[in-house]
Write a new protein. Structure first.
Length: 459
């Protein structure tokens, strides 16, 4: 309560109310992905943090800087095992790279600064500071010095030369990009490397943010299903990793390898996720003597608005791609329709794409909310399936309250379509009447117009 009260005395802090902690943690993730700065969540004891865990898991996988401030009982009250007493640190550790329970009120400023520093990384991390209530109403001393933004190092000179030599060999070598390497600067540098060597460039499908469309060089995204991914990567003798890790399938399946790269494929790291992948790619391009022009063949043509065609995921994607303005941000939680939608978004004007990272359902709407808070001058478009949207529909109320420029496209499958697909893929058998009830969302049918209007959003 003291923290909330202090918002009236600290004009630089903006408070945004979420109606569910999972909305707050997902919004912090979206804010961090688009701003590169940490957002702070304010959560209430162990159960409040527990409600936020799924989207904190996604934030951890996205390498997003997030600071959680979690209130705890007063130090003397903990001995009584009150209803809300819980092991907050145990909840926090699986999703947090840094966790601390404040031990004395005078250490408040230093601990808060340390949490921000830990969240900044690099790469970005989730940091959780747990504050007993009596320390909030006690004398806390002076604020600590602000955390400084850390710098990222480049790849070593020897590493750049080794990778350049491998690319000159004309052997089957691919570039796999993740992290900051998937933003404009990194993609342009990778395109120079491609123009000089013919190397194929792949994108980690679960990387937190990727710039696409317009004059941004197009790259191939690793598919969701392992058979398609393994076919795409077949024949490669080595993959060069730039802020990325060796690709693995989303799930394990009977009789299929978890690794998506061919057996025996070697992995060379040009830049770790702690390093500057874009800068390292620029250095690699210079080492190869690559020119500066973007290769015209790698830029997708602009999307054309469909007319008179049936409504399908493809026509939805083409329509959104044709109408989205320059600089839009896509928060994309489509799964079963993703493979159909993704190729057509490349033909949109230049935009940033924020995909599923950790696979915990319910990130699409909160991430869109956070992205809109971070980028008030940019259009945000949430591509969301109905099943996923039902995890965090409270996001709509905050979007309306904050008057954010967000358009949401609900793909109403009326069922957990991806679960139906995965049931067949794992050999569980056909979906019968009882099993079908467990993935069906049509009895009663969801009315998204009424749901949205009930939260204050036009639909």
């Amino acid at each position: 309560m003291q923290f909330v009260s202090a918002l009236d005395r600290v004009p630089g802090m903006r408070g945004v109310l979420g109606l569910f902690e999972g909305v707050c943690s997902g919004a912090a993730d979206g804010y961090a992905r688009m701003s590169g700065k940490p957002a702070a969540t304010l959560l209430h004891l162990g159960p409040g943090l527990a409600n936020a865990l799924a989207n904190l898991h996604n934030a951890r996988k996205a390498r997003s800087p997030v600071v959680n401030i979690v209130g705890e009982h007063t130090t003397q009250h903990l001995a009584f095992d009150a209803p809300l007493t819980a092991d907050i640190e145990a909840f926090a550790r699986p999703v947090s790279a840094w966790t601390r329970t404040l031990k004395r009120a005078a250490g408040m400023g230093e601990a808060a600064s340390a949490a921000v520093a830990a969240a900044l990384g690099p790469p970005g991390k989730v940091a959780t500071l747990i504050v007993p209530a009596d320390f909030s109403w006690s004398e806390a001393g002076e604020p600590a010095f602000p955390a400084t933004r850390p710098s990222r190092s480049l790849a070593s000179e020897d590493r750049v030369r080794e990778i350049a030599c491998a690319l000159r060999s004309r052997r089957p070598v691919g570039l796999l990009l993740g992290g900051l390497a998937l933003q404009a600067r990194g993609l342009r540098a990778a395109d120079r490397v491609r123009a000089a060597t013919g190397v194929r460039i792949f994108a980690d499908r679960n990387a937190a943010r990727m710039t696409r469309g317009g004059d941004i060089p197009a790259v191939e995204r690793i598919p969701y299903f392992p058979e398609q991914a393994q076919e795409l990567l077949a024949g490669f003798e080595r993959l060069i990793l730039v802020e990325a890790r060796p690709p693995v399938s989303f799930f394990g399946y009977p009789g299929l390898r978890s690794s998506l790269a061919p057996a025996g494929c070697a992995f060379d790291v040009l830049a770790t996720d702690e390093q500057d992948g874009a800068g390292s790619l620029e250095w690699l391009a210079e080492e190869l003597g690559a020119g500066t022009p973007i290769s015209a063949r790698s830029v997708a043509p602009r999307s054309v608005l469909p007319s008179g065609e049936p409504l399908t995921p493809v026509t939805v994607a083409r329509t959104v791609g044709a109408l989205s303005p320059e600089g839009a941000v896509f928060s994309d939680e489509t799964v079963s329709s993703s493979g159909l939608i993704w190729p057509h978004l490349a033909a949109a004007a230049r935009h940033d794409h924020l995909p599923v990272t950790g696979g915990a359902i319910g990130q699409g709407l909160p991430v869109a909310l956070g992205a809109a808070l971070a980028c008030p001058g940019r259009k945000v478009i949430a591509l969301e399936a109905d099943g996923s949207a039902l995890y965090t529909p409270q996001s709509l109320w905050t979007m309306a309250r904050e008057r954010l420029d967000i358009t949401i496209v609900i793909l109403a499958n009326r069922r957990y379509r991806i679960l139906e697909i995965e049931m067949q893929r794992t050999g569980a058998g056909a979906v019968g009447p009882r099993a079908g009830q467990m993935i069906d969302l049509s009895h009663p049918e969801l009315d998204w117009v009424k749901l949205a209007e009930g939260f204050g959003v036009q639909a």
